[in-house]
Ligand binder design. Structure first.
Ligand code: FAD
Length: 329
């Protein structure tokens, strides 16, 4: 089949993994990303004095291929093991969680791998694609500024499921599959302290709190500067408060933080609240990718495989392998 040009929408882990495979064999591969830089839900933000992983906190590697990549990325200093002290926290009582999990983090931020993979292909940042249009046997993409991109032989959506449902409208079957996937919202609150808080642990899963996870970014390898505590707000509270004022979210979570840690913590020197409208996938399809052979339109992303960084990677690989197989058929 004639596939010599491919457009991929979304420069998260799935999109850039897919693109970095395709560029080895397909003459033209272009990734469109709405944000100023690649990363997606693995993004890290940098403030004046500190940086913080705003999405994925760490990742695990279980499949042979991802484990092999991890070894390469560790050699390249893009990834490191995080040996943070993880506890289970309930009303100020911390219980050490003794697990055997090997936790990896990107360095200096979680987005390091995505940025590196993005360097292997052509990524056009700051372009939000709104529609995919089929004309004859080719595809054109329309962006939010009204610009038309193309033509492309094949188009791949690598965006979260709710956005994919809209982009895949040309293939009702694929759009319906994307629409069947539920993705939860999550508020995140970042607290920066110029003096260490000395909580006695580096990260915690919380019981009986509106916060489900907290971690000190400064405890991760390759991070420098202030103590930066990231609080991940629970799905239930987040879903009920998607319209909340960020200041009100911060005020509520500072109280929950004090209650969970069992002490009156000093006021943070910097705070930031962020709402991930599409955070964690509830019911991933576990099918690798979606593809319509005749239309040459497909989809990948964590929601196609598993709701983790590794799931997004596997989905990107699966999509690329399918397109390369289609080229040879
Ligand atoms: C708060 C939080 C904590 C998490 N914690 C963990 C964890 O600890 N461990 C773990 O393994 N996973 C974790 N995850 C999940 C993990 O981050 C995701 O599974 C993974 O990063 C998804 O990658 P993706 O490429 O499928 O999607 P995304 O990373 O969402 O990438 C999609 C990209 O598409 C872009 N895009 C969307 N629409 C358009 C458009 N119209 N035009 C152009 N570009 C568009 C987006 O800007 C984005 O860059 C967490 C996620 C969140 C939000």
């Amino acid at each position: 089949m004639s596939i010599n040009s491919v457009a991929i929408i979304g420069a998260g882990m799935a999109g850039v993994t897919c693109a970095s495979r395709l560029v080895l064999e397909v003459p033209e591969v272009v990734v469109f990303e709405q944000n100023p830089k690649p990363g997606g839900r693995m993004t890290s933000i940098v403030f004046d004095e500190f940086q913080c992983d705003l999405g994925a906190q760490y990742f695990t590697a279980t499949s042979d291929e991802f484990v092999a990549h991890m070894e390469t990325w560790e050699d390249e200093w893009l990834v490191d093991r995080w040996h943070g002290w993880l506890v289970e926290l309930e009303n100020g009582q911390a219980m050490t969680r003794d697990d055997e999990v090997v936790r990896f983090v990107g360095r200096p931020g979680m987005d390091a791998i995505v940025e590196k993979l993005g360097e292997l292909c052509s990524v056009r940042c700051g372009v939000a694609i709104q529609t995919m249009e089929r004309s004859g046997k080719q595809w054109y993409l329309l962006d939010a500024e009204g610009h038309r991109h193309g033509p492309f032989d094949a188009v791949i959506s690598a965006v979260p499921a709710p956005a994919a449902r809209r982009l895949l409208a040309a293939s009702p079957k694929l759009a319906i599959e994307a629409g069947s996937v539920e993705v939860q919202p999550n508020w995140i609150v970042v607290l920066g302290y110029s003096e260490p808080l000395n909580l006695g642990f580096d990260a915690a899963n919380l019981v009986d709190s509106d916060i489900t996870w907290m971690a000190n970014n400064a405890s991760k390898p390759g991070r420098e500067g202030w103590d930066v505590w990231l609080l991940q707000v629970g799905n239930e509270w987040s879903a009920q408060n998607t319209e909340a004022d960020p200041e009100a979210v911060v005020a509520h979570m500072l109280k929950a933080f004090d209650q969970a840690t069992g002490r009156d913590n000093p006021a943070p020197d910097l705070v930031k609240a962020h709402l991930w409208q599409h955070s964690l996938v509830v019911n991933p399809l576990a099918c690798g990718h979606l593809y319509h052979e005749k239309l040459q339109i497909g989809a990948c992303g964590d929601w196609c495989q598993a709701s983790r960084v590794e799931g997004a990677f596997q989905s990107g690989v699966s999509m690329a392998e399918r397109l390369l197989a289609e080229r040879e058929s």
